[in-house]
Design a protein around this ligand. Structure first.
Ligand code: GTP
Ligand code: MG
Length: 149
């Protein structure tokens, strides 16, 4: 049961897009196993984006991500890490295909509305960084046998 970390960024919260983003993952058939709204602290975000420390946009990125509440989520299902990245679209929304979340709802890289883990190992690290084990909800979706053969 593969899991990925998805974060609805402050711009999407402000723009009233939480429901639209959640809907994309629900309608695909993925299972939500954790979700919370929070204002992320800068040190927390600096660790989350530690691979980008030293990039010229790092400070702007941390300011952006701490500018308001985010919605942190864990989604579960077959190949969800890679599939979620495809559903998100390219980092720069100008390169995101229509039909992707960024391609349908955003224009600039610095306001690209959503984060998704880029690998299995990032997903594990990010889920542990944002959630306590007891915040992950084990449940059986009644639709499982209709989503998977
Ligand atoms: P995330 O899912 O948020 O991790 O995006 P990503 O994996 O598609 O891109 P990456 O991890 O390289 O960058 C993380 C985030 O930093 C991006 O989603 C953008 O919000 C921001 N970012 C990346 N590159 C730039 C840039 O060149 N300029 C600005 N302003 N922000 C950037
Ligand atoms: Mg990334």
């Amino acid at each position: 049961k593969e899991r990925t970390f998805i974060c609805i960024k402050p711009d999407a919260v402000q723009r009233g897009l939480i429901g639209k983003v959640v809907e994309r993952f629900e309608q695909r058939g993925y299972k939500l196993v954790a979700m919370k709204m929070l204002k992320a602290a800068k040190p927390h975000l600096e660790i989350h984006y530690e691979e980008l420390q030293g990039k010229p946009f790092f400070k702007d990125l941390v300011n952006y991500m701490s500018s308001g509440p985010v919605v942190a989520m864990v989604w579960e299902g077959l190949d969800v890490v890679k599939q979620a990245r495809q559903m998100l679209g390219a980092t720069n929304p100008l390169n995101s295909m229509p039909g992707t979340i960024r391609g349908d709802f955003s224009i600039q890289t610095g306001r690209n509305i959503i984060h998704g883990s880029d690998s299995l190992s990032s997903a594990e690290r990010e889920i542990a960084h944002w959630f306590k084990p007891e915040e992950l909800c084990e449940w059986n979706s009644a639709t499982t046998t209709w989503v998977y053969e």
